[in-house]
Design a protein around this ligand. Structure first.
Ligand code: GMT
Length: 381
């Protein structure tokens, strides 16, 4: 099949999932066209089935901001027509689903082939944050209604979407996935030997440092653990809460034990070098980082927000507490780090669950089945 993918290419879980999906589809012999503002950050090595189409924007003094969404829709239409795409897959409802709809409208009546099928994947904050704004909500509703299929990355996100939009439309749950050959336990991690001394435990947090990630809680949990055992905290990523986090670390006197590692493209070895992942988020539709961490055999200490309990099995592959319970999360972390047999059991179970239940092959086949189902049915327009 010929599949177009649009996503945020430079940061965040939705871009990572879209890129890994494109790579996996290309390996399975599909022709994949990324229609994006930039080269996706996880693209990696050359694949002859992958094509990148960068969106150019127009600037003109009358325009206060370049109309990126219109340029994207035009580029989508161009690529659909030129390469005769079967499917346009929008990762994140805004703007991608709506731009895909515009592109299909622009091509209406221009060829004898059936209109391109639109698949929209809801990733989380498109529903839980952006759609809280009434005007954006209605634009997003249009994007969903005009999609031939809508998927969401967890059952919890489907429930939230149904409740917020009052819709009963079919939404397929396709969980995020991981490649266990890429994310796996690693003996003698170089990150660990550079950044820690013998006998120290490593707690890791990876995010885009948005308020929903509760970085303040991450540091508070670490502070409590640090009081009880030699340990380090690795903070990976950047975003609006970074400055506050730096201040909190200094105010807590933890500068020597907390490492701000900034944005990293190659996160697998950082996961593999850690003992625990901290994910105390306020909202989290799935928690791709939790899955990647589990695949590396690193248990998750986190909150019960959103879809996290669908990924992290309480007491088996990690430990979860209600949002904000930093004392409980710190106690769980200490418990896991001090009971060797328990840690080994949880770490093995985490690795197994990630590699089996959330294996890239299994989940990509689900997307493939959706594309095939749509392309067999008559067009919805
Ligand atoms: O976590 C973020 O803020 C980034 C966001 C994104 O859209 O890139 O991630 C969302 O999509 C990921 C991939 O499906 C999910 O694993 C994350 O849980 C989800 N983030 C939230 O719901 C906050």
């Amino acid at each position: 099949m010929k599949i177009g993918i649009s996503c945020y290419p430079t940061v965040g879980g939705s871009g990572a999932v879209a890129t890994e999906l494109g790579k996996a589809l290309a390996k399975r012999g599909h022709q994949v066209h990324f229609i994006v503002s930039d080269v996706p950050f996880r693209l990696g090595e050359f694949n002859q089935n992958i094509f990148i189409h960068e969106v150019d924007t127009v600037s003109y003094p009358v325009l206060r901001t370049p109309p990126y969404d219109f340029s994207l829709a035009a580029k989508m239409a161009d690529v659909v027509q030129q390469f005769e795409l079967d499917v346009l897959h929008a990762h994140y409802a805004l703007p991608f689903a709506v731009c895909a709809f515009l592109a299909r409208e622009m091509l209406r009546g221009q060829s004898n082939s059936p209109p391109v099928k639109i698949v929209t994947t809801l990733h989380g904050t498109d529903v839980t944050i952006l759609a809280q704004d009434r005007s954006l909500k209605e634009v997003m509703r249009l994007g969903m209604e005009q999609s031939d299929a809508v998927t969401a990355v967890s059952k919890n996100l489907i429930a939230e979407t149904r409740e917020l939009f009052g819709t009963t439309r079919e939404i397929d749950c396709v969980y995020n996935f991981v490649d266990p050959a890429q994310f796996h336990p690693e003996a003698g991690s170089s990150a660990r030997s550079c950044l820690t001394s013998a006998g120290e435990k490593v707690l890791l947090h990876v995010s885009n440092f948005r308020p929903v990630k509760r970085i303040n809680d991450v540091i508070q949990i670490f502070q409590r653990v640090h009081r009880q055992m030699p340990s380090r905290l690795w903070l990976v990523g950047e975003g609006p809460e970074l400055a506050n986090a730096r201040k909190q670390v200094v105010d807590s006197g933890l500068e020597k034990s907390v490492h701000f590692l900034g944005r990293q493209d190659e996160v697998a070895s950082l996961f593999a070098g850690a003992d625990l992942l901290l994910l105390p988020s306020e909202k989290e539709s799935f928690g791709l980082v939790a899955l990647e961490s589990m695949a590396c055999g690193v248990p998750v200490i986190g909150s019960t927000a959103g879809g996290i309990p669908e990924v992290v099995v309480q007491g088996e592959t990690g430990m979860l507490r209600p949002v904000g319970d930093v004392d409980g999360m710190a106690a769980d972390a200490v418990h896991l780090l001090t009971d060797e047999a328990l840690y080994r059991r949880v770490s093995l179970a985490a690795r197994r669950l990630a590699a089996e239940e959330f294996n890239v092959e299994r989940r990509v086949a689900e997307y493939e089945a959706i594309y095939q189902r749509l392309c067999r049915t008559p067009a919805s327009v």
